[in-house]
Design a protein around this ligand. Sequence first.
Ligand code: HEM
Length: 407
Amino acid sequence: MTRTQIPALRRWGDYDRDNPYPLFAEVLEQGPVHEVTLTDGHRAFLVMGYDAAREALNHPGLSKDMEAALDAEGAVVAEGLPGRDFARHMLSVDPPDHTRLRRLATPSFTRTRLAPLEARIVETTGALLDDLEAREGPVDLVAGFALPLPFSVIGELLGVERREQERLAGWFATLMTPYPGAVPPDEAVVASGSIVDCLGDLVDRRLARPTDDLVGDLARAAKAGTITRKELMSSLFQLVVAGHHTTTSLIGNGVAALLQHPEQWETLAADPALVPQAIEELLRYDAPVPHSTFRYATSNVTIAGTEIPAGVQVVVNLATAGRDPARHDDPHELDVTRPSVDHMAFGHGIHHCLGARLARLEARIAFTALLARFPHLRLAVDHRDLRWDHGDGLVLRGLSELPVHLA
Ligand code: HEM
């Protein structure tokens, strides 16, 4: 294994969240696999760079089984999820359970099922931008656009009514607060209970009146005994989590990156046909969420020639996969005209993001609308004052605020 003297490896995660890329580059330069101590004191192995990340995400000896990891001595999988109640979903289990749970949700993410959502996304995008335009002075593009848009889309996908979406958003905001200790435990318990009740009502309504949508499919599977109630609730919970802050950060981090490189914004405004390609470049340049993803070694495994002992956590850094000099020319340059863009922002292997098509659709609509309506969009603060303080910085990394002038 590579031995480095980089002090940050002794408290991995406790680094400059506003710009961790110089540190990532320094660590990657010294090798793809490093033993680290996480900020919570746990031992882990860090996997950096494109090839090693790919190898790790394909390795059958690296598990996603969250309950097994929670039970293992000294190992805690911190995916930002609130514990065991919601721990049986496709992203926290291995095959064959993974195959069964993923298969049940897959039909909802096909092109045909997503097509009717497109018009709703366009409509919500327009309404949110109308609201922002009606305000005086600078506006916060995260609170006013990048956060509510994906939340409303996931609400539509699950069939949650508009009024209920707002309440649900509030409970999720409480439960998933990025600031440790910011929410008293009893408030978190109330929020968690309210989410269970709300999602449970949704399922019961589908059981009473079956529908051909995501919750309808899962409810039918529960009735047929193919999925347990805990798996059903965990799956819905995970879809809401996976479906909103991720896309929020793609829009927020992406707009911020473009506005920090105004010539790139202008290139896109002049040629909006470049938007799909630009989205891939933004995913490569600043892999939104998760910045890293966890695995758990169920046996001794070898990644990039380094042995990782059974029982430890493995942190796969997806961000360096997109900035690997062995894979990309000028990896630290943002270039929306880059012809073919390779990244691992949606993961790789059996857990590759099921919502990638939906996320790309939302991002395409969001960026196209922003460029068309506000071609002169600019930051309302100095770029050095932007704070990537949403999320723990290790798994989640996003802006909590993006103040902009629309015109
Ligand atoms: C899995 C990223 C949006 C649903 C993943 C994984 C990544 C990822 C990296 C794999 C994690 C791992 O292997 O540990 C993203 C990004 C998004 C995004 C960057 C937005 C830009 C969405 C959306 C949805 C979604 C909108 C659904 C509404 C899922 C699901 C999985 C997943 C269900 C689990 C797949 C499995 O375990 O088989 N996502 N995601 N994601 N994502 Fe996304």
